[in-house]
Write a protein that binds this ligand. Structure first.
Ligand code: MEV
Length: 419
């Protein structure tokens, strides 16, 4: 497939054989011929990453196409075991690009570190005393990471909170650190540990916890897109979408599932780039409950043309330097596929994908339901389980879907008939 102008709008990508897809990705992202195929995680590297290694676990890695984000074309590597997710993201991105694609905004990459002080007498007075030492404390923190400071990052601010707990009052000092292109856990934790003895001296108290917070609510990314009402099927479908969405606004039972759909996309890209998906998950869900009730991470409304506008707002503590993403060979290639230059750019792509994934799920749920999309790939798996091979897989799967009966017994019967 020859492309004159670089575009991620690659129609029929899903119909191509794997080798051809890799060729297109190589061209799109300027990868060397066998760079992608040669980027597997070897056992020696794995053995250095975690403890007690006995092997590695592979996941399917797909490419979501059609993404236009801040007027730049992207193809997105997604590592997931769930069928329909990659196709759904690609479809949503295709609709979003009709009205200009995704537009994003990201805050500075500010992470929070917490230092917990116990046994403090006169917590209010000591909290003030800590704030009086802010300049020195920030200097001490910044002495821990000269390189980060040189890059324009480092400890920027310090806040003090007084909390009441079942074991008494405590002071929790927050150190706010600009971690630049890193996820930041190491930098922040080192600073917290360095500040602890000094905070004990100032307050006369005793430090217990010194650790970053995964509620990264100063590292927020927003992505917005307009979804064309005609492409969605008209005003009635937009209204149906809004009806579905509003349940996620008011009901935690629905919001949990709604947000899970968002994380289907986000986690796939987080995993593909070697980032910490648990950090992102915990931050996202804590943020979704920030006003006291767990709710949707996305917002939707109609604009004056009747098109659907969607927006996501989410904390994203991700990095492109340090961490597993710089060790795992496939994660390194995935970052190359994205063509990203900064953690900020990656976070903007991740937020856009989260919005796309959510739009796709709620759109399907508001119209045909999600089973239709799920069924065709599921049917292929059932066909394989029934013993189908090569071209028989598609033949059996198609028949199963056509009959609306995607069951193993029926797949075995069809296979016998076709043989
Ligand atoms: C399934 O993995 C995700 C959905 O349940 C999300 C949603 O309900 O919005 C389809």
């Amino acid at each position: 497939m020859v492309q004159n102008k670089k575009t991620s709008k690659i129609s029929g990508f899903y119909k191509l054989p794997v080798e051809k897809r890799i060729e297109i990705v190589n061209n799109f992202s300027n990868l060397d011929k066998n760079e992608f195929q040669n980027s597997n995680l070897d056992i020696q590297t794995a053995d250095r990453m975690i403890e007690n290694v006995i092997g590695t676990l592979k996941l399917p890695l797909g490419i979501a196409v059609n993404f236009l984000i801040n007027d730049k074309e992207y193809i997105l590597p997604m590592a997931t075991e769930e069928s329909s997710v990659v196709a759904a993201a690609s479809n949503a991105a295709k609709i979003a690009r009709i009205k200009g694609g995704f537009k994003t905004e990201a805050s500075d990459p500010l992470m929070i570190g917490q230092i917990q002080l116990l046994d403090v007498s006169d917590v209010a007075g000591k909290a003030k005393k800590i704030l009086d030492h802010k300049k020195d404390l920030l200097k001490l923190a910044n002495n821990q990471d000269k390189i980060l400071v040189k890059l324009g990052g480092g400890a920027k601010d310090l806040e003090v909170r007084i909390l009441d707990s079942p074991i008494g009052k405590m002071i929790v000092t927050h150190i706010i650190v600009d971690v630049r292109d890193a996820m930041g856990a190491n930098a922040v934790n080192t600073m917290c540990e360095a500040l602890a003895p000094e905070l004990e001296k100032i307050s006369g108290g005793r430090v217990r916890l010194r650790i970053l917070s995964n509620l990264a609510d100063k590292r927020i990314v927003k992505a917005k897109a307009v979804f064309d009402k005609e492409k969605m099927g008209g005003d009635k479908i937009v209204d149906a979408f809004l009806e579905s969405y509003n349940l996620a606004v008011i009901d935690p039972y629905r919001a949990a599932t709604h947000n899970k759909g968002i994380m289907n996309g986000i986690d796939s890209l987080i995993i593909a780039t070697g980032n910490d998906f648990r950090a992102i998950e915990s931050g996202a869900h804590a943020y979704a409950a920030r006003n006291g009730q767990y709710t949707s991470l996305t917002k939707y409304w109609k604009d004056k043309n009747g098109d659907l506008v969607g927006e996501i707002e989410i904390p994203l503590a991700i990095g492109i330097v340090g961490g597993a993403g710089n060790i795992h060979p496939k994660a390194k290639i995935c970052k190359k596929i994205l063509g990203i230059k900064s953690a900020k750019e990656l976070s903007e792509i991740i937020a856009s994908l989260g919005l796309a994934q959510n739009f796709a799920a709620v759109f399907a749920l508001s119209t045909v339901g999600i089973q239709k999309g799920h069924m065709s790939l599921h049917a292929k798996n059932i066909a394989v389980m029934a013993g189908a091979k090569d071209e028989m897989i598609d033949k059996v799967a198609n028949k199963l879907v056509k009959e609306g009966n995607v069951k193993l017994d029926r797949a075995k019967e069809i296979l016998k008939e076709l043989k």
